[in-house]
Write a protein that binds this ligand. Structure first.
Ligand SMILES: *[C@@H]1O[C@H](CO)[C@@H](O)[C@H](O)[C@H]1NC(C)=O
Length: 478
């Protein structure tokens, strides 16, 4: 019977816990700038547990214990008695007394059970609340990490390598301190590890010198080359590009990047070349006058072309004047999730550049979600001509143009996928093809062709990658 004592004590602890209100959490920074969490829970032993023999509570416990002991004894005896009895008339007053006691004990036990359940629920709620707060704090920490501090100490370390000496037009005076790379916070301790994953590639061929007469059908896509990995959630997906026909203040080696996670995407980062992109040092940060929707932007002839957020409006942002030079609605185009690619992300309107100029890949209600291709006037954004395919846009993971042909990607998540459809704007005909493509990081959110380099540029799950492509040369022009 003594074994019951610890059990009773446990229930006593739980009853005692009721009075302790709730656990408290305290958050602060330690010396190294890390966040520290301290949980305080008042000790249950101090409150209502009997510490010494004696005292009112001990007395209560003792009497309850002896009551229980008595009940158990009677229960055992009662059972024996009950087996001997043959009917209600055989119940002795002693047995009746036992039964009453039993009922009383049962009632008490049930009461305690209900009470314990109530307390369990309360504790569960507290645990949930703490978990929620912990999650919030983790998210906040993530956000903070993605935004490097702007203290004077960091300003000097954030200056781009090589400084602005050779490229005065790239860094307006007074703006050096605001050059930030939120996705790749290079001040972060994890930076060295990240760099180890990066493969350097040779600098791209400057636009114009590449002999780009070899137009033809896509026959192969090589293995992806990884250039850079982003280390915060802001780099989960985005768009990166190089101008295949650069004009104005920037050369064709300039690499441009927009992180498109978030609802108000306006920052356009410029890196002098691939090497600087790999290092994570932007030489230019432009704040776009209107927010960007999704990953469909492209760079062409000194302008950034993009879809304005939550609209079918196309914008041409001129890099030399740093202002919107043209704007025009893409007629009937679905936007903001009406006709996205299969991975989602408001990829309704995808702009593309190839050897033949500027294109928009989208869909309309009239086309019932099938891919429509429009050739655009790069100066005015006017639609020159449209083609309607019979491939539903939502079934393809991505699409791009090469030599006036549309190519669609079957999957954004499968490591080994295919370009399984092509549409030729010259013949107005579509056909099935099978060109393997590797989604190395299993979440390919952007694929664009760069005609100057004959490469596909892609953004695959935090990774900036490129693929060499091989084109059949049968259509080579003299
Ligand atoms: C391409 O692959 C996707 C995904 O497997 C599929 O839905 C689509 O029908 C395929 N298209 C063609 C033309 O085979």
């Amino acid at each position: 019977m003594l074994a019951l004592l610890p059990l009773l004590c446990v229930s006593c602890l739980l009853l005692g816990a009721q009075g302790q209100e709730r656990a408290t959490m305290w958050r602060g920074n330690d010396r190294s700038g890390r966040c520290q969490y301290t949980f305080s829970v008042s000790s249950p032993t101090e409150a209502s547990c009997p510490t010494q023999a004696g005292g009112e509570e001990m007395e209560t416990l003792r009497s309850r214990l002896s009551l229980l002991e008595a009940l158990v004894t009677r229960l055992v005896g009662g059972e024996v008695g009950a087996r001997g009895a043959t009917g209600p008339g055989a119940v002795t007053p002693q047995q009746q007394h036992h039964q009453q006691g039993l009922q009383e004990a049962y009632r008490q036990a049930m009461g305690e059970k209900t009470q314990l359940q109530r307390e369990k629920k309360q504790l569960d709620r507290q645990v949930q609340e703490l978990q929620r707060r912990l999650e919030e704090s983790q998210q906040e920490a993530e956000r903070l990490r993605s935004r490097p501090c702007m203290g004077p100490q960091q300003d000097s370390s954030l200056r781009p390598v090589g400084g602005s000496v050779g490229l005065p037009h790239l860094v307006p005076s007074g703006q050096t301190g605001s050059l930030r790379d939120p996705t790749w916070s290079y001040g972060a301790p994890g930076y060295q590890e990240l760099k180890a994953e990066v493969t350097e590639v040779p600098a791209p061929t400057p636009a114009g010198t590449a002999d780009s007469t070899g137009c033809g059908e896509l026959v192969a896509i090589e293995e992806p080359t990884t250039h850079r990995k982003a280390d915060t959630i802001a780099g989960k997906y985005g768009v990166w590009m190089q101008d295949p026909e650069a004009t104005g203040p920037y050369s064709g080696s300039m690499v441009w990047r927009i992180d498109t996670v978030g609802s108000d995407v306006r920052q356009l980062f410029g890196y002098e070349d691939m090497e600087q992109l790999v290092r994570g040092y932007p030489t230019k940060v432009l704040l776009l006058p209107e927010a960007v929707e999704s990953t469909g932007a492209t760079m062409y002839r000194g302008s950034l072309y993009y879809q304005r957020r939550r609209s079918r409006t196309l914008l041409r942002y001129d890099l030399s004047s740093e202002s919107i030079a043209a704007r025009r609605d893409l007629p009937h185009a679905g936007f903001h999730g009406q006709f996205p690619y299969s991975w989602g992300g408001y990829t309704d309107i995808d702009l593309a550049v190839d050897e033949q100029g500027l294109w928009a890949i989208y869909s309309t209600n009239k086309a019932k979600g099938a891919i429509v291709v429009a050739q655009l006037d790069p100066y005015s954004l006017e639609v020159l001509k449209t083609w309607e395919t019979n491939i539903r846009k939502v079934t393809v993971a991505n699409a791009f143009m090469i030599c006036g042909r549309l190519y669609t990607v079957a999957s954004y998540a499968a490591v080994d996928t295919f370009i399984n459809y092509t549409f030729d704007t010259a013949t107005n005909k579509g056909s099935a093809v099978s060109v393997p493509l590797k989604n190395k990081y299993r979440y390919n959110s952007m694929i664009d062709y760069n005609p100057a380099q004959k490469k596909l540029f892609a953004w695959d799950n935090y990774h900036i990658v490129s693929y060499d492509v091989r084109l059949a040369r049968q259509q080579q022009r003299a």
